[in-house]
Design a protein around this ligand. Structure first.
Ligand code: CU
Length: 139
């Protein structure tokens, strides 16, 4: 009993991130879309996002960067949300790439965030219309 209590006290209490965000409607004829999250970490430890999943599509964490005047996207293996920190995804920067998506404005999209510590968290994202002329990237 004493040993169990000791082990228990050394394990950090699971602390959930505060996550909000939205996904973009799929452009007719395309199967690619993107979602943007705001991840706020009020926990005492950094949290490392290692995988994002959603039913019926492939999700990857992407970063858009300008390299030598060219806009490029690269996939990130993980995304660290620092302790007491915020990570903001936004068009032209960090985003979730949704492949095989068929999303319509007004729907909700559940995404599951998986962390390096084995915890996972489900977040419901509103699907929003794409504003005219706001396409932020092409594949
Ligand atoms: Cu992308």
């Amino acid at each position: 009993m004493a040993l169990l209590a000791l082990l228990g006290s050394s394990t950090a209490w699971a602390c959930e991130l505060e996550v909000t965000g939205f996904a973009r409607e799929t452009i007719p004829g395309q199967s690619m879309s993107a979602a943007y999250l705001h991840l706020r970490n009020d926990c005492e430890a950094a949290r490392t996002l290692v995988e994002v999943t959603a039913q019926g599509m492939d999700v990857s964490i992407h970063e858009t960067r300008e390299v030598d005047g060219r806009v490029q996207m690269r996939a990130l293996k993980q995304l660290v949300v620092p302790a007491s920190g915020i990570v903001r995804m936004a068009p032209g920067g960090l985003h979730l790439m949704l492949e095989g998506a068929a999303l319509k404005a007004g729907q909700a999209l559940d995404v599951v965030l998986k962390f390096a510590d084995g915890e996972s968290q489900t977040v419901a994202l509103a699907v929003e219309k794409i504003g005219a002329g706001k396409h932020h990237h092409h594949h």
